[in-house]
Design a protein around this ligand. Structure first.
Ligand code: FES
Length: 104
């Protein structure tokens, strides 16, 4: 099974199992990572904001306009910010690393 790494706000790295087909948000919840996801993946909030490790950012499919619009509302936006509910795990993403945003 692929794995992914969450970097928590204090810099702690958490390596977790990342089943193919689950979103980063679902994976976070499975492992008690503090990522909110208030709208449960329906692109109506920005509380599932994660900052993708720059090495991985280019490997993800590009965000949709709806995701971009929602990201504009996120706090602590960075160049590689994405919505965790829109990143779906695949075998190719084994090792994916995302950080929780410092603010918000
Ligand atoms: S959980 Fe609301 S946009 Fe991702």
């Amino acid at each position: 099974m692929p794995k992914m790494t969450f970097v928590e706000r204090d810099g702690t790295r958490r390596d977790v199992d990342a089943p193919v087909g689950l979103s980063v948000l679902e994976i976070a919840h499975k492992h008690d990572i503090d990522l909110e996801g208030a709208c449960e993946g329906s692109l109506a909030c920005a509380t599932c904001h994660v900052v993708v490790d720059p090495e991985w950012a280019a490997k993800l499919s590009a965000p949709t306009d709806d995701e971009e619009d929602m990201l504009d509302l996120a706090f602590g936006l960075e160049k590689t910010s994405r919505l965790g509910c829109q990143i779906v795990m695949t075998d190719a993403l084994d090792g994916l690393t995302v950080g929780l945003p410092k603010a918000g």
